[in-house]
Design a binder for this molecule. Structure first.
Ligand SMILES: Cc1ncc(COP(=O)(O)O)c(C=O)c1O
Length: 402
């Protein structure tokens, strides 16, 4: 677990993406953070060993607890999110489940939204109730309803914004205020926005987490999760993770660190491209609806403008003709992996039934308001016009409808 060091001045996003966390340990002059695969760290002096084990002096003991390469990754995210402390996990789901199982006890109540990521939704509906935790999933865009539910009292308010896959937006500042009024802890999944586009901690939340597998790593070659925020809470959740064991692998930490050096360039390009592509699709006669918070037509556009610097690299759209139309269009795309992932340098497209909500039944997806005719489109760093031409060509295979 990494704790705050004083930053004398505030560097820009590019500088932080490249340099943050890179010079925390002694790397024998290596210009890149080395991958320290060692499981354990030896000490000739027992007093020194004991001090390190008790956290009274710097040093690592065992890589399920802490590891130098993993620590460098945690430090980079901590600085980008402007957090007091950060800790990491083997996957995004490990970050989410360790956070929830640390903060919640039998008899507690959690308030969240209907549109959270499919795996998170499974935790809410299948796992937490088994531990006698009450879960209230509210209509994502109904802030008055959410505030009423929060006012009934809760231990945790859990938010995700923009949501996966319908890109709904919730007002982080407004709901955090309501949650803090009843003494709740506020957690935000910031995977879609990334720290470049949105900093939930600055908007008042207590904890922010990411599936680092997505935009942070950016190259679809490493799984990881990360959590940062209030040091007292991060310490408790770190303790849960060190005992339950979902530690980030040093090799994955290295790949994530390397990917994050270009985070600012990727996110700028992907956000700009996504806005152009969403605007193109919105005008296309074979497209029923487009969901992207950067569009003026998006119901959460005003909130997004207030709390985001850019609108992110993911959009989704509904084709006229439903799921049969999706099955026609997807195979025609030349510049997209058809895969259950997002946030990579390559464009990735797929329907919720095989991606974000693969764990859910069609009935569960319908209850969450996720149309079967939806395509989630994660924009890569290819040239924007090439992606638009690719979509244009694929859409030609659909019949004209009145
Ligand atoms: C918003 C969001 N949160 C969490 C996760 C889970 O992340 P992981 O696959 O790294 O466990 C995902 C995965 O798609 C996601 O989209």
């Amino acid at each position: 677990m990494k704790k705050k060091k004083t930053i004398s001045k505030s560097p820009g996003w590019g500088t932080k993406s490249v340099w943050a966390g890179e010079n925390g340990d002694s790397w024998w002059g290596a210009a890149q953070v080395p991958v320290v695969h060692s499981v354990a760290f030896g000490y000739a002096d027992v007093d020194h060993w004991e001090r390190a084990a008790l956290g009274k002096s710097p040093g690592h003991i065992y890589s399920r607890n802490t590891n130098p390469t993993v620590g460098a990754f945690e430090e980079k995210v901590r600085q980008l999110e402007g957090a007091e402390a950060a800790t990491s996990f083997s996957t995004g789901m490990a970050a989410i489940s360790n956070t929830l199982f640390t903060l919640l006890s039998p008899g507690d109540r959690l308030v969240s939204i209907k549109d959270s990521y499919g795996g998170t939704n499974k935790l809410f509906l299948e796992f937490l109730p088994r531990f006698a935790i009450e879960v209230d999933l509210c209509d994502t865009t109904d802030h008055i309803f959410l505030e009423r539910s929060i006012a009934r009292g809760c231990r945790v308010l859990y938010l995700e914004t923009p949501t996966n896959p319908t890109l709904k937006v919730v007002d982080i500042g407004r709901l955090s205020k309501a949650a803090h009024a009843v003494g709740a802890i506020v957690v935000v999944d910031n995977t879609f926005a990334t720290p470049l586009n949105q900093n939930p901690l600055a908007l008042g939340v207590d904890l922010v987490l990411h599936s680092a597998t997505k935009f942070l790593g950016g190259h679809a070659d490493a799984l990881g999760g990360v959590l940062c925020g209030r040091a007292d809470l991060v310490k408790q959740i770190y303790h849960h993770r060190e005992i339950t064991g979902a530690a980030l692998d040093p090799m994955a930490a290295y790949l994530l660190l390397r990917g994050m050096k270009t985070l600012h360039l990727r996110i700028q390009q992907q956000s700009a491209s996504a806005l152009e592509i969403a605007s193109f699709l919105e005008r296309h006669p074979k497209v029923e609806a487009v969901f992207y918070p950067g569009l003026k037509s998006h119901s959460g556009h005003a909130i997004a403008r207030k709390q985001m610097r850019g609108f992110g690299g993911v959009l989704s759209f509904m084709l006229k003709g439903g799921f049969p139309a999706v099955k026609k269009v997807l195979p025609r795309l030349q510049l997209a992996h058809r895969a259950a992932n997002l946030g990579a340098v390559e464009t990735i497209a797929g329907p919720p039934a095989t991606t974000s909500h693969v764990e859910c039944t069609p009935a569960e997806r319908a209850a969450m308001g996720i149309p079967e005719g939806l395509i989630r489109y994660s924009v890569g760093i290819e040239d924007t016009m090439d992606l638009i031409d690719d979509l244009k060509d694929a859409l030609k295979y659909l019949p004209h409808r009145g």
